[in-house]
Design a protein around this ligand. Structure first.
Ligand code: GH3
Ligand code: MG
Ligand code: MG
Ligand code: MG
Ligand code: MG
Length: 298
């Protein structure tokens, strides 16, 4: 059930609109712009009906604040205003509104517009989800991982907290495919991915497939020592899946090698400074391979 947030300083008007929308979703309300933003940040709705004219923070300011917030920018906003005002309509659309409704609100029009924009929001959510996912494993894909890495890097830079990541590569996987066949190789990757997803459990942790048989786990607010513990746990858990690998030169079952990197980011004049974490983890992973595989490097 989608959620619809009605924002209006005029409480009686909310009471008029809420029953009209009851069949379309769960209706919430706020009577000021600041309260609306607070509520949205706690629990983002699927659609916002926003009164243009409110004391203190008006609808245009609320809409601008939403567009500047990565967590709220994709939520459609329909402006609601008391008069048939071309200038307000244009300002609303410029601020990022998807549509516009004039007061007094007419029920069929309100229902039709909200229905349309909820349907579009649902489709957009699905598309975004699909675009972020790896088709084989359902984990985040490389593009999504890079986006999150960059976002978390910026956040850690602001807050002065450490950001860590674990890079993981399946050992002797070419030999696995050669021995068991490609479809079995795919099933093996899915099993590894499921184990990985189950271990990256803290809010903000993100597991991704970043290459053919390479995975990464992003660990915000985690020291390199903490990340190393996570990596050791992953190494053990995947070994304990005991997936047979008769062609492995390391063990009789599927094993993985891992590399860890983490630190408190410092300002850099270069774009993409966060990729240094991937590079360092890759070097540690290489060391793990060289040292005999099935371990955390170096
Ligand atoms: P190492 O222990 O050094 O990592 O050896 P490796 O054989 O795992 O590494 P290598 O890079 O030589 O081979 C990786 C293999 O992973 C080769 C490729 O065919 C296989 N692979 C990549 N993506 C997929 C996939 O989506 N499905 C399957 N079944 N195999 C894949
Ligand atoms: Mg008002
Ligand atoms: Mg590899
Ligand atoms: Mg490999
Ligand atoms: Mg190889």
């Amino acid at each position: 059930m989608p959620t619809i947030l009605i924002v209006d300083d005029n409480a009686p008007l909310i009471q008029v609109m809420a029953p009209m929308l009851a069949g379309l979703g769960q209706v919430r309300f706020a009577t000021s712009g600041a309260a609306a933003l607070r509520q949205m940040r706690l629990d983002p709705p699927d659609l916002v009906l926003l009164d243009a004219e409110m004391p203190e923070m008006d609808g245009f300011e609320v809409c601008a604040a939403m567009r500047a917030d990565a967590a709220l920018e994709a939520i459609p906003v329909i402006f609601v205003t008391s008069h048939d005002d071309l200038e307000a309509e244009l300002r609303g659309l410029a601020a990022g509104a998807v549509d516009f409704i004039a007061k007094p609100v007419r029920e069929p029009l309100l229902v039709a517009r909200v229905t349309t924009h909820l349907r579009l929001k649902h489709l957009t959510d699905e598309l975004r989800r699909t675009a972020q996912r790896d088709g084989l494993t359902g984990l985040h894909n490389r593009g999504s991982f890079d986006q999150h890495l960059s976002r978390e890097w910026q956040r850690s830079l602001r807050t002065g907290t450490p950001l860590s990541l674990v890079l993981l590569d399946v050992d002797h996987f070419k030999r696995y495919n050669d021995h068991y066949g490609h479809p079995a190789g795919d099933a093996c990757l899915r099993a590894v991915a499921a184990a990985l997803g189950g271990l990256a459990r803290r809010p903000g942790d993100l597991a991704a497939r970043v290459g053919g048989e390479e995975f990464a786990v992003l660990l915000p607010n985690t020291t390199p020592e903490g990340a190393r513990e996570v990596a050791e746990a992953i190494c053990q858990a995947i070994g304990q899946l005991a997936l047979p690998h008769a062609a492995s030169l390391t063990a009789d079952h599927v094993t993985v090698s891992l590399g860890v990197a983490g630190w408190v980011p410092r300002p850099s004049p270069h774009d993409g400074a966060e990729q240094a974490l991937m590079k360092r983890a890759g070097e540690a992973l290489y060391d793990a391979k060289a040292a005999g595989r099935s371990r955390v490097g170096p």
